[in-house]
Design a protein around this ligand. Structure first.
Ligand code: 6PG
Length: 261
């Protein structure tokens, strides 16, 4: 069991499934506390080793409570924010002040409350046309990672009720991209364009934490972790960094259909 699970104390257990690293937490609040603990722990390790911590945030609604927690005591004071670099795993094609912006949500819930230098915030320019936004964000990543692999210290990933992650939606073009790190992806289900890290970029990470909460995700979580391997239908199954770790941090409601061992 990871240190955050131990730190989180009661109500936490490791569910043994196809994936070894699954932590089940009592509820959304306990889950947010455990993920916050993991982020702090992994940030300290990265800063000690490389004098910086690069984290890619997920969007959607699940991480809001986590971001608000990280912005408050005791968590906010536990990080040397001057050494933290914040990125996004995906973004909607909207301006930064749009209610749908993943950057906008993170700014309101976390970024404006902590002493993070502006230069350390690397947002996707969602206000630009999709192809331009993706190209600019990829250039930014290549500069930051010196053209090597985008070896994020940590990618925080959400999972949709259809098994998507980032903006890698089932049976969309983005799933097949293996050279580029960032591409625009038209999502028929949403009738909208998104900018997303590719499978190649996500799988270059040192660490990936999936944060999954709520009963609405139970079927998809079961299918992704315990069902047949069909990543075109369940894109979260593509996430398997050859030189990195994946930890699924979920709450009881999302884990309700997982086999208990
Ligand atoms: C986004 C996210 C997306 C999200 C899942 C889960 O831009 O929406 O990055 O991948 O993590 O859709 O969203 P919820 O947390 O809102 O269920």
């Amino acid at each position: 069991m990871s240190s955050s699970a131990a730190m989180a104390g009661g109500g936490t257990r490791a569910a043994k499934t196809m994936h070894e690293n699954v932590e089940v937490h009592a509820d959304n609040s306990a889950l947010a506390e455990a993920v916050a603990g993991q982020i702090i722990t992994q940030a300290w390790g990265a800063i000690a080793a490389r004098a910086r911590f690069s984290i890619g945030l997920s969007g959607g609604s699940t991480p809001r409570g986590l971001f608000e927690m990280l912005a408050q005591k005791p968590y906010a004071a536990r990080l040397d924010w001057s050494k933290v670099h914040v990125f996004w795993g995906d973004e909607r094609c909207v301006p930064p002040d749009d209610p749908d912006s993943n950057y906008g949500m993170a700014r309101e819930a976390l970024l404006k409350h902590v002493p993070l230098p502006d230069d350390n915030v690397h947002r996707v320019p969602g206000e630009l046309p999709p192809a331009e936004a993706a190209a600019q964000y990829e250039q930014m990543l290549r500069r930051f990672f010196d053209e090597q692999k985008p070896r994020f210290d940590l990618l925080l990933q959400g999972m949709g009720d259809d098994g998507h992650t980032a903006s890698l939606f089932p049976h969309t073009k983005a799933l097949r991209e293996r050279k580029r790190w960032v591409i625009p992806n038209y999502v028929p289900r949403l009738d909208a364009w998104r900018i997303t890290l590719t499978v190649t970029a996500i799988n270059a990470a040192r660490s990936v934490i999936f944060m999954v909460s709520g009963p609405g995700k139970a079927q998809a979580l079961h299918d992704v972790l315990e069902g047949p391997h069909q990543p075109e239908t369940l894109p979260s199954q593509f996430v398997a960094p050859p030189n990195g770790q994946v930890t699924w941090m979920v709450d009881e409601a999302a884990a309700s259909l997982l086999r208990r061992h």
